[in-house]
Design a protein around this ligand. Sequence first.
Ligand code: BDR
Ligand code: CA
Length: 311
Amino acid sequence: ARKIIIDTDPGQDDAVAILLALASPDEIDLLGLTCVAGNVPLSLTSKNARMVCELAGRPDVKIFAGCNRPLGRDLVTAEHVHGRSGLDGPSLPDPVMPLQPGHAVDFIIETLQREAPGTVTLCPIGPLTNIATAFHRAPDIIGRVQEIVLMGGAYFQVGNITPAAEFNIHVDPQAAKIVFDAGVPLVVMPLDVTHKALVTKPRNDAFRALGNKVGIAVAQMTEFFERYDREKYGSEGAPLHDPCVTAYLVRPELFSGRHINVEIETTSELTMGMTVADWWGVTDRAPNALFIGDLDADGFFNLLTERLARL
Ligand code: BDR
Ligand code: CA
């Protein structure tokens, strides 16, 4: 199984990404969860992460709190999408499991320094503050990362938090720039692909029909999330952004994209956090990312449903 760290700001879609990882022990060895401020403040993301692990019956997962604000900007949150708690929808009990002592950034650094080079994959599904801080503080770890598979950015689908930018990148563009410029093999799940992973009613019914605690909670989460996207985009269901990352680790053949150059806009307030993706190869800038554009949506939902049944 591939060793990974999920860096997260749960978030209903983060929750589903984490559940898929926990349900896939043959493919994924989850070394820890590192929490960051994003959808809601850090106190809530680090609480929600623990609620999700307890929902899965996994109070043994190591969960760390990380950075509580972006590198150089005020925190922008997304309660309008995720609700006050960040995880509105199901009513889950308050977590009992503790946070690990120590800072998420130290855990990321120490893990990469301890494990053999090229054997740990980072999976950021929130703003990139923790990862960038770790790279800045301990540059020796950069060359030891196997791959970064992240959710963030947009190209043809443009923005969801501003007209030009996707939320995770917009919240901390400086951090994103550090990560995209680091020279680590990078796989990017932008809105272009996540807006094809839509939880339609039959797909949500399939989660609920699993009948287990996890299936029912996931159905309630995506229903809550849905109300926003239906009003906003008129789409036939909520995009399940973050699970694209963990699904890629389990079944990469479900996804396709192009190896291209992607730069992060960090200076213009109007387009702050835009991912300028050279999809058509019109520059000679070196490719730095596999930018995913498409997925087999039925295959993706079949995988999710089959795996969530195991929890
Ligand atoms: C991303 O932003 C968050 O609201 C979601 O959890 C996802 O990571 C989508 O733009
Ligand atoms: Ca997220």
